[in-house]
Design a protein around this ligand. Structure first.
Ligand code: HEM
Length: 509
Protein backbone atom coordinates (compact mmCIF):
# COMPACT_ATOMS: atom_id res chain seq x y z
CA UNK A 1 0.00 0.00 0.00
CA UNK A 2 2.83 2.32 0.98
CA UNK A 3 4.65 1.50 -2.24
CA UNK A 4 1.52 2.18 -4.28
CA UNK A 5 1.03 5.55 -2.57
CA UNK A 6 4.65 6.41 -3.29
CA UNK A 7 4.31 5.46 -7.00
CA UNK A 8 1.11 7.48 -7.38
CA UNK A 9 2.68 10.50 -5.69
CA UNK A 10 5.90 10.26 -7.73
CA UNK A 11 3.88 9.97 -10.98
CA UNK A 12 1.83 12.97 -9.96
CA UNK A 13 4.93 15.06 -9.23
CA UNK A 14 6.57 13.97 -12.53
CA UNK A 15 3.41 14.78 -14.51
CA UNK A 16 3.10 18.17 -12.79
CA UNK A 17 6.76 18.91 -13.63
CA UNK A 18 6.26 18.02 -17.31
CA UNK A 19 3.11 20.18 -17.47
CA UNK A 20 4.98 23.07 -15.83
CA UNK A 21 7.95 22.79 -18.20
CA UNK A 22 5.70 22.49 -21.29
CA UNK A 23 3.70 25.48 -20.13
CA UNK A 24 6.89 27.43 -19.56
CA UNK A 25 8.19 26.61 -23.04
CA UNK A 26 5.02 28.11 -24.54
CA UNK A 27 6.49 31.51 -23.68
CA UNK A 28 7.40 32.45 -27.28
CA UNK A 29 4.45 30.71 -28.93
CA UNK A 30 2.06 32.73 -26.75
CA UNK A 31 3.77 35.88 -28.01
CA UNK A 32 3.40 34.80 -31.64
CA UNK A 33 7.10 34.08 -32.14
CA UNK A 34 8.15 30.80 -33.74
CA UNK A 35 11.33 28.85 -33.06
CA UNK A 36 12.78 25.37 -32.59
CA UNK A 37 11.07 22.98 -30.19
CA UNK A 38 13.00 23.11 -26.89
CA UNK A 39 14.10 20.02 -25.04
CA UNK A 40 12.15 19.82 -21.76
CA UNK A 41 15.24 19.84 -19.56
CA UNK A 42 17.93 21.72 -21.46
CA UNK A 43 16.05 24.12 -23.75
CA UNK A 44 17.14 24.81 -27.33
CA UNK A 45 20.78 23.72 -26.99
CA UNK A 46 20.91 20.02 -26.04
CA UNK A 47 24.28 19.32 -27.69
CA UNK A 48 25.91 22.42 -26.21
CA UNK A 49 24.57 21.43 -22.78
CA UNK A 50 26.11 17.96 -23.23
CA UNK A 51 29.47 19.54 -24.18
CA UNK A 52 29.24 18.09 -27.71
CA UNK A 53 29.49 21.38 -29.60
CA UNK A 54 29.80 25.13 -29.20
CA UNK A 55 26.62 27.18 -28.62
CA UNK A 56 27.50 29.04 -31.85
CA UNK A 57 27.16 25.87 -33.91
CA UNK A 58 23.65 25.14 -32.64
CA UNK A 59 22.73 28.82 -33.06
CA UNK A 60 24.04 28.64 -36.64
CA UNK A 61 21.80 25.65 -37.43
CA UNK A 62 18.80 27.60 -36.14
CA UNK A 63 19.92 30.63 -38.14
CA UNK A 64 20.16 28.65 -41.40
CA UNK A 65 16.76 27.08 -40.81
CA UNK A 66 14.88 30.30 -40.13
CA UNK A 67 16.75 33.22 -41.70
CA UNK A 68 14.67 33.23 -44.92
CA UNK A 69 11.28 33.20 -43.20
CA UNK A 70 11.88 34.95 -39.85
CA UNK A 71 13.72 38.08 -38.74
CA UNK A 72 13.78 36.71 -35.18
CA UNK A 73 12.97 33.44 -33.42
CA UNK A 74 12.36 32.43 -29.81
CA UNK A 75 15.00 30.22 -28.16
CA UNK A 76 15.67 29.01 -24.61
CA UNK A 77 19.02 28.69 -22.88
CA UNK A 78 17.94 26.06 -20.35
CA UNK A 79 14.62 27.64 -19.27
CA UNK A 80 15.52 31.26 -19.97
CA UNK A 81 13.77 32.73 -23.05
CA UNK A 82 15.95 34.74 -25.47
CA UNK A 83 15.14 36.35 -28.80
CA UNK A 84 17.59 35.29 -31.51
CA UNK A 85 17.99 37.78 -34.37
CA UNK A 86 18.31 36.17 -37.81
CA UNK A 87 18.11 39.31 -39.94
CA UNK A 88 21.34 41.34 -40.29
CA UNK A 89 19.53 44.64 -40.92
CA UNK A 90 17.48 44.18 -37.74
CA UNK A 91 20.68 43.29 -35.85
CA UNK A 92 22.27 46.50 -37.08
CA UNK A 93 19.20 48.52 -36.04
CA UNK A 94 19.34 47.00 -32.55
CA UNK A 95 22.93 48.17 -32.19
CA UNK A 96 22.41 51.61 -33.76
CA UNK A 97 18.93 53.20 -34.29
CA UNK A 98 17.31 51.20 -31.46
CA UNK A 99 20.32 51.63 -29.16
CA UNK A 100 18.25 53.35 -26.41
CA UNK A 101 16.15 50.19 -26.18
CA UNK A 102 19.19 47.85 -26.03
CA UNK A 103 21.74 49.93 -24.14
CA UNK A 104 23.07 47.26 -21.79
CA UNK A 105 24.92 43.98 -22.25
CA UNK A 106 23.63 40.79 -20.65
CA UNK A 107 27.09 40.40 -19.14
CA UNK A 108 26.19 43.25 -16.75
CA UNK A 109 24.12 40.57 -14.95
CA UNK A 110 27.09 38.22 -14.82
CA UNK A 111 28.95 40.27 -12.28
CA UNK A 112 28.41 40.28 -8.59
CA UNK A 113 29.36 43.55 -6.93
CA UNK A 114 29.50 41.86 -3.54
CA UNK A 115 32.42 39.65 -4.59
CA UNK A 116 34.57 41.69 -6.97
CA UNK A 117 35.30 45.27 -7.96
CA UNK A 118 37.88 45.76 -10.72
CA UNK A 119 35.89 43.92 -13.37
CA UNK A 120 32.85 46.10 -12.63
CA UNK A 121 34.75 49.14 -13.88
CA UNK A 122 34.86 47.83 -17.46
CA UNK A 123 32.41 49.60 -19.80
CA UNK A 124 31.57 46.13 -21.13
CA UNK A 125 29.75 45.20 -17.92
CA UNK A 126 28.63 48.70 -16.83
CA UNK A 127 25.10 49.95 -17.34
CA UNK A 128 23.29 53.27 -17.87
CA UNK A 129 25.06 56.48 -16.81
CA UNK A 130 27.86 54.46 -15.21
CA UNK A 131 28.61 52.95 -18.65
CA UNK A 132 28.69 56.39 -20.29
CA UNK A 133 31.14 57.69 -17.68
CA UNK A 134 33.47 54.64 -17.79
CA UNK A 135 33.53 54.60 -21.59
CA UNK A 136 34.23 58.33 -21.94
CA UNK A 137 37.10 58.00 -19.45
CA UNK A 138 38.69 55.18 -21.43
CA UNK A 139 38.28 56.30 -25.03
CA UNK A 140 40.87 59.17 -24.99
CA UNK A 141 43.56 56.66 -23.90
CA UNK A 142 43.01 54.64 -27.10
CA UNK A 143 43.11 57.26 -29.88
CA UNK A 144 45.07 56.73 -33.08
CA UNK A 145 47.56 59.46 -32.02
CA UNK A 146 48.28 57.65 -28.74
CA UNK A 147 48.81 54.41 -30.63
CA UNK A 148 51.07 56.15 -33.17
CA UNK A 149 53.26 57.48 -30.36
CA UNK A 150 53.81 53.86 -29.22
CA UNK A 151 54.62 52.56 -32.68
CA UNK A 152 58.33 52.06 -32.09
CA UNK A 153 57.61 50.33 -28.74
CA UNK A 154 55.20 48.01 -30.53
CA UNK A 155 57.74 47.25 -33.26
CA UNK A 156 60.34 46.60 -30.62
CA UNK A 157 58.10 43.92 -29.06
CA UNK A 158 57.55 42.34 -32.48
CA UNK A 159 61.30 42.28 -33.12
CA UNK A 160 61.75 40.50 -29.80
CA UNK A 161 59.28 37.88 -31.02
CA UNK A 162 61.40 37.46 -34.18
CA UNK A 163 64.59 37.07 -32.11
CA UNK A 164 62.86 34.50 -29.95
CA UNK A 165 61.71 32.51 -33.00
CA UNK A 166 65.19 32.61 -34.48
CA UNK A 167 66.58 31.29 -31.19
CA UNK A 168 64.13 28.37 -30.99
CA UNK A 169 65.36 27.31 -34.41
CA UNK A 170 62.31 26.17 -36.34
CA UNK A 171 60.76 24.10 -33.55
CA UNK A 172 56.96 24.17 -33.88
CA UNK A 173 55.45 26.95 -31.77
CA UNK A 174 52.02 27.44 -30.26
CA UNK A 175 51.00 30.59 -32.17
CA UNK A 176 48.48 31.67 -29.53
CA UNK A 177 51.10 31.50 -26.79
CA UNK A 178 53.56 33.41 -28.95
CA UNK A 179 50.95 36.08 -29.70
CA UNK A 180 50.09 36.34 -25.98
CA UNK A 181 53.76 36.95 -25.18
CA UNK A 182 53.76 39.77 -27.72
CA UNK A 183 50.54 41.38 -26.46
CA UNK A 184 51.59 41.00 -22.78
CA UNK A 185 54.93 42.64 -23.58
CA UNK A 186 53.35 45.54 -25.44
CA UNK A 187 50.46 46.09 -23.02
CA UNK A 188 52.87 46.28 -20.05
CA UNK A 189 54.61 49.15 -21.81
CA UNK A 190 51.47 50.85 -23.16
CA UNK A 191 49.65 50.82 -19.81
CA UNK A 192 52.30 51.10 -17.06
CA UNK A 193 55.50 51.88 -18.95
CA UNK A 194 57.17 48.68 -17.73
CA UNK A 195 59.24 46.07 -19.56
CA UNK A 196 57.27 42.88 -20.02
CA UNK A 197 60.29 40.55 -20.36
CA UNK A 198 58.04 38.21 -22.32
CA UNK A 199 60.74 37.07 -24.71
CA UNK A 200 63.77 36.93 -22.41
CA UNK A 201 65.94 33.83 -21.91
CA UNK A 202 66.16 32.81 -25.56
CA UNK A 203 67.99 29.58 -24.77
CA UNK A 204 67.49 26.94 -27.39
CA UNK A 205 64.62 24.53 -26.76
CA UNK A 206 63.53 26.28 -23.58
CA UNK A 207 60.62 28.66 -23.46
CA UNK A 208 61.13 31.87 -21.50
CA UNK A 209 59.22 32.16 -18.25
CA UNK A 210 56.22 34.47 -18.13
CA UNK A 211 56.26 37.96 -16.58
CA UNK A 212 53.99 38.62 -13.55
CA UNK A 213 51.65 40.79 -15.68
CA UNK A 214 51.43 37.99 -18.24
CA UNK A 215 50.69 35.36 -15.54
CA UNK A 216 47.96 37.50 -14.00
CA UNK A 217 46.36 38.26 -17.37
CA UNK A 218 46.38 34.55 -18.21
CA UNK A 219 44.85 33.65 -14.82
CA UNK A 220 42.09 36.22 -15.30
CA UNK A 221 41.23 34.78 -18.73
CA UNK A 222 41.20 31.21 -17.38
CA UNK A 223 39.04 32.09 -14.38
CA UNK A 224 36.66 34.20 -16.52
CA UNK A 225 36.12 31.30 -18.91
CA UNK A 226 35.33 29.01 -15.97
CA UNK A 227 32.83 31.58 -14.69
CA UNK A 228 31.11 31.80 -18.07
CA UNK A 229 30.78 27.99 -18.06
CA UNK A 230 29.30 28.22 -14.56
CA UNK A 231 26.77 30.82 -15.78
CA UNK A 232 25.90 28.45 -18.66
CA UNK A 233 25.45 25.47 -16.31
CA UNK A 234 23.28 27.44 -13.88
CA UNK A 235 21.08 29.05 -16.56
CA UNK A 236 18.16 26.90 -15.39
CA UNK A 237 18.73 27.70 -11.72
CA UNK A 238 19.83 31.38 -11.58
CA UNK A 239 19.10 31.48 -7.83
CA UNK A 240 22.16 29.23 -7.38
CA UNK A 241 24.35 32.15 -8.48
CA UNK A 242 23.10 34.16 -5.52
CA UNK A 243 23.92 31.29 -3.17
CA UNK A 244 27.37 30.80 -4.72
CA UNK A 245 28.50 34.00 -6.42
CA UNK A 246 31.71 33.63 -8.42
CA UNK A 247 34.55 36.01 -9.27
CA UNK A 248 35.80 36.52 -12.81
CA UNK A 249 39.13 37.93 -11.59
CA UNK A 250 41.12 35.93 -9.03
CA UNK A 251 41.62 37.76 -5.70
CA UNK A 252 45.39 37.68 -6.26
CA UNK A 253 44.99 39.46 -9.62
CA UNK A 254 42.84 42.24 -8.11
CA UNK A 255 45.47 42.81 -5.42
CA UNK A 256 48.36 42.63 -7.89
CA UNK A 257 46.90 45.23 -10.27
CA UNK A 258 45.94 47.62 -7.45
CA UNK A 259 49.49 47.41 -6.10
CA UNK A 260 50.98 47.83 -9.60
CA UNK A 261 48.89 50.98 -10.05
CA UNK A 262 49.95 52.39 -6.67
CA UNK A 263 53.64 51.71 -7.47
CA UNK A 264 53.37 53.25 -10.95
CA UNK A 265 51.68 56.38 -9.57
CA UNK A 266 54.35 56.73 -6.87
CA UNK A 267 57.13 56.53 -9.43
CA UNK A 268 55.37 59.12 -11.61
CA UNK A 269 54.87 61.45 -8.63
CA UNK A 270 58.63 61.31 -7.86
CA UNK A 271 59.55 61.83 -11.52
CA UNK A 272 57.33 64.89 -11.72
CA UNK A 273 58.96 66.56 -8.72
CA UNK A 274 62.48 65.64 -9.85
CA UNK A 275 64.24 66.18 -13.13
CA UNK A 276 63.18 64.45 -16.29
CA UNK A 277 59.46 64.75 -15.41
CA UNK A 278 56.86 64.84 -18.17
CA UNK A 279 54.43 62.24 -19.36
CA UNK A 280 55.17 59.26 -21.56
CA UNK A 281 51.58 59.38 -22.85
CA UNK A 282 50.73 55.90 -21.61
CA UNK A 283 47.46 54.77 -20.03
CA UNK A 284 48.69 55.54 -16.50
CA UNK A 285 49.52 59.12 -17.55
CA UNK A 286 46.05 59.54 -18.95
CA UNK A 287 44.43 58.08 -15.83
CA UNK A 288 46.51 60.28 -13.54
CA UNK A 289 45.28 63.40 -15.36
CA UNK A 290 41.76 62.04 -15.24
CA UNK A 291 41.98 61.48 -11.50
CA UNK A 292 42.80 65.14 -11.06
CA UNK A 293 39.91 66.31 -13.26
CA UNK A 294 37.24 63.87 -12.09
CA UNK A 295 36.97 62.34 -8.67
CA UNK A 296 37.88 58.79 -9.64
CA UNK A 297 38.88 56.42 -6.89
CA UNK A 298 41.81 53.98 -6.96
CA UNK A 299 39.55 51.02 -7.77
CA UNK A 300 38.07 52.75 -10.81
CA UNK A 301 41.53 53.67 -12.10
CA UNK A 302 42.91 50.16 -11.52
CA UNK A 303 39.74 48.83 -13.23
CA UNK A 304 40.59 50.84 -16.36
CA UNK A 305 44.09 49.35 -16.44
CA UNK A 306 42.75 45.78 -16.25
CA UNK A 307 40.14 46.50 -18.95
CA UNK A 308 42.80 47.66 -21.41
CA UNK A 309 45.15 44.84 -20.42
CA UNK A 310 42.69 41.98 -20.70
CA UNK A 311 41.10 43.10 -23.96
CA UNK A 312 44.41 44.03 -25.57
CA UNK A 313 46.10 40.85 -24.30
CA UNK A 314 43.53 38.25 -25.33
CA UNK A 315 41.46 39.46 -28.30
CA UNK A 316 44.54 40.97 -29.99
CA UNK A 317 46.46 37.70 -29.54
CA UNK A 318 43.56 35.68 -30.93
CA UNK A 319 43.51 37.82 -34.06
CA UNK A 320 47.29 37.47 -34.54
CA UNK A 321 47.30 33.67 -33.99
CA UNK A 322 44.35 32.99 -36.31
CA UNK A 323 45.78 35.27 -39.01
CA UNK A 324 49.16 33.47 -38.89
CA UNK A 325 47.32 30.14 -39.08
CA UNK A 326 45.31 31.17 -42.14
CA UNK A 327 48.43 32.54 -43.83
CA UNK A 328 50.31 29.31 -43.04
CA UNK A 329 47.56 27.31 -44.73
CA UNK A 330 47.42 29.62 -47.76
CA UNK A 331 50.88 30.06 -49.32
CA UNK A 332 49.50 32.20 -52.18
CA UNK A 333 48.07 34.76 -49.75
CA UNK A 334 51.21 34.63 -47.59
CA UNK A 335 53.46 35.36 -50.63
CA UNK A 336 51.22 38.18 -51.82
CA UNK A 337 51.21 39.76 -48.36
CA UNK A 338 55.01 39.44 -48.07
CA UNK A 339 55.49 41.18 -51.43
CA UNK A 340 53.35 44.08 -50.21
CA UNK A 341 55.23 44.30 -46.90
CA UNK A 342 58.66 44.28 -48.52
CA UNK A 343 57.86 47.23 -50.78
CA UNK A 344 56.77 49.56 -47.93
CA UNK A 345 58.76 51.40 -45.27
CA UNK A 346 56.77 49.93 -42.40
CA UNK A 347 59.72 49.85 -40.00
CA UNK A 348 59.69 53.61 -39.59
CA UNK A 349 56.16 54.68 -40.32
CA UNK A 350 52.93 53.72 -38.60
CA UNK A 351 51.03 55.51 -41.36
CA UNK A 352 52.80 53.48 -44.06
CA UNK A 353 51.73 50.30 -42.25
CA UNK A 354 48.13 51.48 -42.09
CA UNK A 355 48.09 52.24 -45.80
CA UNK A 356 48.81 48.63 -46.82
CA UNK A 357 45.53 47.37 -48.33
CA UNK A 358 46.33 43.67 -48.43
CA UNK A 359 47.47 43.51 -44.80
CA UNK A 360 44.18 45.17 -43.83
CA UNK A 361 42.21 42.70 -45.98
CA UNK A 362 44.01 39.69 -44.46
CA UNK A 363 43.12 40.85 -40.94
CA UNK A 364 39.50 41.64 -41.78
CA UNK A 365 39.13 38.24 -43.45
CA UNK A 366 40.60 36.60 -40.32
CA UNK A 367 38.06 38.49 -38.19
CA UNK A 368 35.29 37.30 -40.50
CA UNK A 369 36.21 33.64 -39.97
CA UNK A 370 37.30 33.95 -36.34
CA UNK A 371 35.66 36.97 -34.64
CA UNK A 372 37.02 36.71 -31.06
CA UNK A 373 33.71 37.91 -29.58
CA UNK A 374 31.21 36.16 -31.88
CA UNK A 375 27.93 36.68 -30.01
CA UNK A 376 26.43 39.92 -28.75
CA UNK A 377 24.11 39.42 -25.79
CA UNK A 378 21.97 42.54 -25.41
CA UNK A 379 19.38 43.44 -22.77
CA UNK A 380 16.22 45.36 -23.58
CA UNK A 381 16.31 48.61 -21.54
CA UNK A 382 13.26 50.40 -22.97
CA UNK A 383 10.16 48.85 -24.58
CA UNK A 384 10.40 48.55 -28.34
CA UNK A 385 8.33 46.94 -31.09
CA UNK A 386 10.06 44.81 -33.72
CA UNK A 387 8.45 43.89 -37.04
CA UNK A 388 8.84 40.48 -38.68
CA UNK A 389 8.92 39.75 -42.45
CA UNK A 390 5.17 39.02 -42.45
CA UNK A 391 4.49 42.42 -40.76
CA UNK A 392 3.56 40.72 -37.44
CA UNK A 393 5.01 42.58 -34.46
CA UNK A 394 6.61 41.73 -31.14
CA UNK A 395 6.99 44.18 -28.28
CA UNK A 396 10.01 43.60 -26.07
CA UNK A 397 10.13 44.94 -22.52
CA UNK A 398 13.00 45.89 -20.19
CA UNK A 399 14.81 42.76 -19.05
CA UNK A 400 14.17 40.75 -22.24
CA UNK A 401 17.38 39.29 -23.75
CA UNK A 402 18.39 39.43 -27.38
CA UNK A 403 21.14 37.34 -29.04
CA UNK A 404 23.03 38.37 -32.17
CA UNK A 405 25.47 35.84 -33.65
CA UNK A 406 28.01 37.65 -35.81
CA UNK A 407 29.52 34.19 -36.43
CA UNK A 408 26.36 33.23 -38.37
CA UNK A 409 26.30 36.36 -40.54
CA UNK A 410 30.06 36.02 -41.20
CA UNK A 411 29.72 32.41 -42.39
CA UNK A 412 26.58 32.81 -44.50
CA UNK A 413 27.16 31.92 -48.18
CA UNK A 414 24.38 34.36 -49.11
CA UNK A 415 26.70 37.24 -48.19
CA UNK A 416 30.18 35.70 -48.41
CA UNK A 417 30.85 33.37 -51.35
CA UNK A 418 32.55 30.13 -50.23
CA UNK A 419 32.40 31.32 -46.63
CA UNK A 420 34.83 28.72 -45.24
CA UNK A 421 37.60 29.89 -47.62
CA UNK A 422 40.22 32.41 -46.56
CA UNK A 423 39.99 34.92 -49.41
CA UNK A 424 41.12 38.41 -48.26
CA UNK A 425 40.41 39.92 -51.70
CA UNK A 426 36.67 39.91 -50.88
CA UNK A 427 37.39 42.99 -48.73
CA UNK A 428 39.19 44.91 -51.52
CA UNK A 429 38.17 48.58 -51.81
CA UNK A 430 37.15 48.15 -55.46
CA UNK A 431 34.61 45.53 -54.31
CA UNK A 432 33.12 47.87 -51.73
CA UNK A 433 35.56 47.12 -48.89
CA UNK A 434 34.60 46.54 -45.26
CA UNK A 435 32.06 49.40 -45.45
CA UNK A 436 29.81 47.48 -47.85
CA UNK A 437 29.46 44.51 -45.48
CA UNK A 438 29.12 46.73 -42.39
CA UNK A 439 26.25 48.63 -43.97
CA UNK A 440 24.55 45.34 -44.78
CA UNK A 441 24.91 44.39 -41.11
CA UNK A 442 26.69 41.14 -42.03
CA UNK A 443 30.19 42.06 -40.78
CA UNK A 444 30.60 43.27 -37.21
CA UNK A 445 33.68 41.78 -35.55
CA UNK A 446 33.88 44.90 -33.32
CA UNK A 447 30.11 45.25 -32.84
CA UNK A 448 28.51 48.50 -34.00
CA UNK A 449 26.77 51.63 -32.67
CA UNK A 450 27.53 53.53 -29.44
CA UNK A 451 28.91 50.39 -27.71
CA UNK A 452 31.19 49.43 -30.58
CA UNK A 453 34.62 48.31 -29.43
CA UNK A 454 36.68 51.36 -28.38
CA UNK A 455 39.89 49.30 -28.72
CA UNK A 456 39.41 48.48 -32.41
CA UNK A 457 42.34 50.59 -33.63
CA UNK A 458 44.59 49.31 -30.87
CA UNK A 459 43.70 45.66 -31.54
CA UNK A 460 44.19 46.05 -35.29
CA UNK A 461 47.48 47.93 -34.82
CA UNK A 462 48.88 45.22 -32.54
CA UNK A 463 47.99 42.60 -35.14
CA UNK A 464 49.36 44.62 -38.08
CA UNK A 465 52.70 45.11 -36.37
CA UNK A 466 53.07 41.48 -35.26
CA UNK A 467 51.93 39.91 -38.55
CA UNK A 468 54.00 42.30 -40.72
CA UNK A 469 57.15 41.61 -38.68
CA UNK A 470 56.77 37.82 -38.71
CA UNK A 471 55.66 37.43 -42.33
CA UNK A 472 58.45 39.63 -43.67
CA UNK A 473 61.09 37.67 -41.74
CA UNK A 474 59.71 34.10 -41.75
CA UNK A 475 58.01 31.62 -44.05
CA UNK A 476 55.19 30.21 -41.91
CA UNK A 477 53.72 26.73 -42.25
CA UNK A 478 51.35 24.67 -40.12
CA UNK A 479 52.57 21.56 -38.27
CA UNK A 480 50.73 18.24 -38.62
CA UNK A 481 49.22 18.84 -35.15
CA UNK A 482 47.15 21.74 -36.45
CA UNK A 483 43.73 21.06 -37.92
CA UNK A 484 43.08 21.91 -41.55
CA UNK A 485 39.42 22.99 -41.30
CA UNK A 486 37.77 25.85 -39.37
CA UNK A 487 36.02 23.76 -36.67
CA UNK A 488 35.72 25.85 -33.54
CA UNK A 489 36.43 24.67 -29.99
CA UNK A 490 33.39 23.33 -28.10
CA UNK A 491 34.03 25.14 -24.86
CA UNK A 492 35.32 28.51 -26.05
CA UNK A 493 33.36 31.66 -25.23
CA UNK A 494 35.91 33.76 -27.08
CA UNK A 495 35.90 32.05 -30.46
CA UNK A 496 38.92 29.92 -31.20
CA UNK A 497 39.73 27.07 -33.52
CA UNK A 498 39.55 23.59 -32.02
CA UNK A 499 42.95 22.33 -30.88
CA UNK A 500 46.35 23.99 -30.90
CA UNK A 501 47.58 26.39 -33.56
CA UNK A 502 51.02 24.91 -33.97
CA UNK A 503 53.15 26.68 -36.57
CA UNK A 504 56.70 26.41 -37.88
CA UNK A 505 58.61 29.63 -38.60
CA UNK A 506 61.42 29.21 -41.17
CA UNK A 507 63.79 32.21 -41.07
CA UNK A 508 64.09 33.80 -44.52
CA UNK A 509 67.56 34.59 -45.84
C1 HEM B 1 40.98 42.30 -32.33
C2 HEM B 1 40.69 42.83 -31.21
C3 HEM B 1 39.33 43.12 -30.66
C4 HEM B 1 38.09 42.65 -31.04
C5 HEM B 1 37.75 41.73 -32.20
C6 HEM B 1 37.12 43.25 -30.15
C7 HEM B 1 35.74 43.05 -30.23
C8 HEM B 1 34.82 43.66 -29.40
C9 HEM B 1 33.40 43.48 -29.49
C10 HEM B 1 32.66 42.60 -30.50
C11 HEM B 1 32.82 44.23 -28.52
C12 HEM B 1 31.32 44.34 -28.19
C13 HEM B 1 30.72 45.49 -28.96
C14 HEM B 1 29.23 45.64 -28.75
O1 HEM B 1 28.71 45.32 -27.67
O2 HEM B 1 28.55 46.11 -29.70
C15 HEM B 1 33.89 44.88 -27.80
C16 HEM B 1 33.70 45.73 -26.73
C17 HEM B 1 34.73 46.30 -26.04
N1 HEM B 1 36.08 46.23 -26.33
FE1 HEM B 1 36.93 45.22 -27.84
N2 HEM B 1 37.79 44.04 -29.25
C18 HEM B 1 39.13 43.99 -29.54
C19 HEM B 1 40.15 44.65 -28.89
C20 HEM B 1 39.98 45.50 -27.84
C21 HEM B 1 41.05 46.22 -27.20
C22 HEM B 1 42.52 46.20 -27.61
C23 HEM B 1 40.50 46.92 -26.19
C24 HEM B 1 41.28 47.82 -25.29
C25 HEM B 1 40.86 48.65 -24.50
C26 HEM B 1 39.05 46.65 -26.20
C27 HEM B 1 38.13 47.15 -25.32
C28 HEM B 1 36.77 46.94 -25.38
C29 HEM B 1 35.81 47.50 -24.43
C30 HEM B 1 36.15 48.38 -23.22
C31 HEM B 1 34.54 47.11 -24.85
C32 HEM B 1 33.20 47.45 -24.21
C33 HEM B 1 32.65 48.72 -24.88
C34 HEM B 1 31.31 49.16 -24.37
O3 HEM B 1 30.51 48.33 -23.94
O4 HEM B 1 31.05 50.38 -24.44
N3 HEM B 1 38.79 45.78 -27.21
N4 HEM B 1 35.09 44.53 -28.36
Amino acid sequence: MLLLTFIVLASFVAAALVVYLRWHFNYWRKRGVCGPQPDLLVGTFPRTSAGQCNLLEELHEIYLRYRVSQKFVGIFTARAPKLFICDPQLALQILTQHFKSFRDNESSQWTNASVEQLRLCSPFVSTGEEWKARRSELVPALTINKIRSFYSAMRDCAEKASEFLTAVDEQPQDAKELANRFTAQFMSNFIWGIEGNAFNVPQKASAPSLSPVHCMARDIILQSLQCIRYYGRTAAWPWLRKLRPVRFFPVAADRFFQQLLADALNVRAKQQTGEGGGGRGDVIDHLQQLREKKSLNAIQIAGHTTTVLIDGYETGAMLIAHCLLLLARNPRVQRKLREELLTADVANSFDALNELPYLEQCLQETLRLFPPLPTLFKLCTESVTLKNFDESTLTLHPGDSVYISTYSFHRDAEYFENPEDFWPERFAEEMGGVRKYREMGVFMPFGDGPRMCPGMKLGLSEAKVAVSELISKFEVSASDETRTDNKIANDSFLLTIDGKIELVFHRRP
